[in-house]
Structures are given as structure tokens and as C-alpha cells.
Design a protein around this ligand. Structure first.
Ligand SMILES: [Zn+2]
Length: 427
């Protein structure tokens, strides 16, 4: 990459508010596979991806700039050629002058967000002595990491103070500092810097080495809104929004609340109580449903036993085995059904419940027969039901197991064939 030439002049250093520029192409790398070209210019207003901040967007000669990267102070712009194969050959050539325009709305939001970070980090540093050790800023993410813990109350106090700094409308100044200046000043810095150091000062609040564009005065940050925080690497990670991004975030949240209150037909202030009530109602209904399912199973088994004329054991149970195919219900019904069966049948008690998944297999691989997946539980308290498990595994490929008097698992099979095979074992 050495042939990429001289350092790119950072036009945004001189004026963070300029939106259009002309520059001369110093290198072109074409990427035909991606239909793009990487352009190096002698100067640019495009801020590259750097210091955790996403790169500027915009156009060069009307073509979209989709990425901007910096290496050894050389800034490269990825330009979408919108390409036909081989396109871009003639569009860009070294020595030609191009016209660049940055997406100002995007940039200005980054400037607000970034300056907000300086205000908050300056306050954290001066009050608690913690450093900002991580920063991420894109259109969807905005986080700051500090190497010390902050409580919820401390974070809210910092938020309040940051907003006071914003309404104070303090000056924000940036300059390249001389070595003498750097030697006598105390400033925040995220990493060791070699070469010229650019300082950013928020009057009376922060002094930090930084390469990004900022707003001129804190009032332009608009507001600082704390969004969330979490413990992170022994310190804290803080999510936030400033200015227009805070307004947009507020808008999204308001729209969500409005939608929810329409769906639930309640005022937004009653949403929480309504959702809690719905949750309780849902729990109560689920409980009722289980009770009703159990009553149905209990009645069915009682009727089955009453109609069963076979011999009884001493304790009054039918001296035979029983297989019961259950209707779809909540999974705990399987245990309930087998316990009910065991109260009336002394032999092997087997219950099967539809697993609830979509039917497996197709007409093609199973003929016209319908294949379904069932959960099963087979028990005989002082008996041995392993032969049942063995039959299900060998004949139907069932998956499951358990001790010899209690096996459970699932089986995917054609129901009629399964019924006949289990009936044969029960007899
Ligand atoms: Zn900065």
C-alpha cells in the first residue's frame, strides 16, 4: 500500500461543517468483483472509520461512497460503480479532479453524538477518575466503556450534569498541539499517539486527544439521553443518544408505546398494569385448561374401566394391560393419565400424546397413511416393561428409555400400525 502515496489532507479538521469539496485522485484500485473502486484523494471531507466511529457517507462524482478507511494517514474511499463488468475504467483516473459531497445529516448526528461522549467522559473522568476505554458509534449503536463501576444513581446524576453542560452552550475547540503544550497539559487519551496530537477541548469540562469532527458549541448537542448500562470488563458500558438521534429514538419508542396502547386499547400509562393483568389471566387460563384436560382424561379412563369386563385383582383393579391414545394437550397430562390408568389396571399402563409438531413424512414415503410423532410413557410399578420399549425401538425407531418399570420417549409412526402393535403386546 506504500504506493498509495502521500498523506491525505483531512479537510474536516479545518472545518467540520463543510459538506462539499474538490480533490485530485492520487490512486485508484478497481475491484471488478465488487463493482467498486477504492479512490485515494489528496484531500477529503470524508471522515474514515476510526476511533470506534463509523465512516461518513456521501458521493464522489455522484456515485455512492460506501466505506472510508484510513491507514498511515492515507484515506481511501470505496465508491460503488453501480457496475457493468469493467465499468469504472474510464470514470476515475489518477490526476483527475473529483467532486465529493458528504451526507450532512448522517455526519451532523455523529458530531452531536461524539461531542456528547466528550462531555460525559470528561465528567466521569473529573468526578470519578475513570477513563473511557472503549467507544462505538454507528447509526444503530452508541456505547462508551469506563474502567470503573458507576451506580444507577451516579449515572443519572452524570446525565443531568451533561445536560447542564449542553444548556450552558460552552465552546468546543480543536487544534493540533505543540510538544511544549502537550508536555504541560493534562489531557485524556484513549491510546498512545505518535505524530501530531489533535486536542479537543470542551470548555471547563474535557480535554482529550481526538481526530473526529465535533460541533462548535455544546448547545448543538441538543440533549444527552442515557439509554442503558451494563457491567462490562470490571467497569460499565453505557448506551446513550444525543441530539437528533435522541429525538429519533424518542420517536421510535413513542410509536411503539402508541401502537401497544392501540392494540391493548388502554392509555399508555396503564400499559404496564394491563400487561401484568394479561399475564396473570394467561396463567389462570393455562391452569384451568390443565384441570379440564385432566377431568376429561379421568372420566375417559373411568368409563373405559367400567366397561371392561375382565377379571379383577384383589385390590379391585383390572388384571390386564391398557393402552390409551390421548387428545392433544399440555405435556404433563401424560404422567397424569398413566397414574390414573395404574389406579385401575394392574397390568402395563401405556399412554401416548401427540407431540404437537407438524406431521412428519410425506404421502410419497408412507403411502396414504398419516405419520405422526407421539410422546409415550409406559409403566407397571412392580413389573418389567422393557419389552415394550424394545418393540417400539426395533419396529418404529422410537427414541427413549428408562428403568425397567418405567420407560418414556417419542415415536414417529403411522398411528394405526402403532395401535395394532401395542394392542398385541397388551393382550
Ligand atoms: Zn472526539
Amino acid at each position: 500500500m506504500d504506493e498509495l502515496g502521500e498523506k491525505t489532507k483531512k479537510l474536516y479538521d479545518d472545518n467540520a461543517y463543510a459538506t462539499a469539496f474538490d480533490a485530485v485522485i492520487t490512486a485508484v484500485e478497481k475491484d471488478r468483483d465488487e463493482g467498486c473502486a477504492w479512490l485515494t484523494l489528496d484531500g477529503t471531507l470524508f471522515f474514515p472509520e476510526e476511533g470506534g466511529q463509523s465512516p461518513d457517507r456521501g458521493t464522489i462524482n455522484g456515485l455512492a461512497v460506501t466505506d472510508v478507511q484510513i491507514k498511515n494517514d492515507v484515506i481511501r474511499h470505496k465508491v460503488d460503480m453501480g457496475c457493468e463488468p469493467g465499468g469504472g475504467e474510464a470514470v476515475f483516473s489518477v490526476g483527475a479532479t473529483v467532486h465529493g459531497v458528504i451526507d450532512w445529516e448522517y455526519r451532523y448526528r455523529n458530531m452531536q453524538m461524539h461531542t456528547g461522549e466528550h462531555i460525559f467522559s470528561g465528567l466521569v473522568h473529573s468526578i470519578f477518575g475513570y477513563d473511557n476505554v472503549g467507544f462505538h458509534l454507528s447509526d444503530r449503536t452508541a456505547t462508551m466503556d469506563y474502567n470503573g463501576k458507576l451506580t444507577e444513581q451516579q449515572l443519572h446524576e452524570l446525565e443531568e450534569r451533561a445536560n447542564r453542560v449542553i444548556t450552558d452552550n460552552r465552546e468546543v475547540n480543536t487544534w493540533y498541539a505543540s510538544e511544549e503544550e502537550l508536555a504541560r497539559m493534562s489531557y485524556r487519551s484513549k491510546k498512545a499517539i505518535d505524530g501530531a496530537v489533535r486536542l479537543v477541548e470542551v470548555d471547563g469540562v474535557d480535554l482529550c486527544a481526538c481526530c473526529a469532527p465535533h460541533v462548535r458549541a455544546t448547545g448543538e448537542v441538543g440533549c444527552f439521553k442515557l439509554i442503558g448500562w451494563e457491567n462490562y470488563k470490571g467497569g460499565v458500558r453505557v448506551s446513550y443518544r444525543c441530539g437528533f438521534r435522541a429525538m429519533e429514538d424518542y420517536g421510535e419508542r413513542l410509536a411503539l408505546l402508541t401502537k401497544l396502547s392501540q392494540v391493548l386499547s388502554v392509555k399508555t400509562e396503564d400499559l404496564c398494569a394491563t400487561v401484568e393483568k394479561l399475564q396473570e389471566e394467561r396463567k389462570r387460563l393455562a391452569y384451568e385448561l390443565v384441570a379440564k384436560d385432566r377431568a376429561i382424561v379421568r372420566t375417559r379412563i373411568a368409563e373405559l374401566a367400567a366397561a371392561d369386563g375382565r377379571a379383577r385383582t384383589e385390590d379391585g383393579r383390572i388384571n390386564a394391560s391398557c393402552v390409551l391414545f390421548l387428545e392433544p394437550a399440555e405435556a404433563s397430562i401424560l404422567r397424569y393419565a398413566v397414574d390414573e390408568l395404574k389406579a385401575r389396571y394392574a397390568g402395563v399402563c401405556c399412554a401416548l400424546l401427540p407431540a404437537g409438531g407438524a406431521a412428519q413424512g410425506t404421502a410419497e414415503d408412507s403411502g396414504v397413511a398419516e405419520v405422526s410423532t407421539l410422546r409415550y410413557l409406559i409403566e407397571q410399578d412392580s413389573g418389567d416393561v422393557s419389552v415394550w420399549q424394545q418393540m417400539l425401538r426395533e419396529r418404529f425407531g422410537a427414541k427413549g428409555g428408562g428403568p425397567k418399570n418405567s420407560v418414556q420417549g417419542s415415536v414417529t409412526a403411522e398411528e394405526q400400525a402403532l395401535k395394532e402393535a401395542l394392542a398385541a403386546l397388551a393382550d
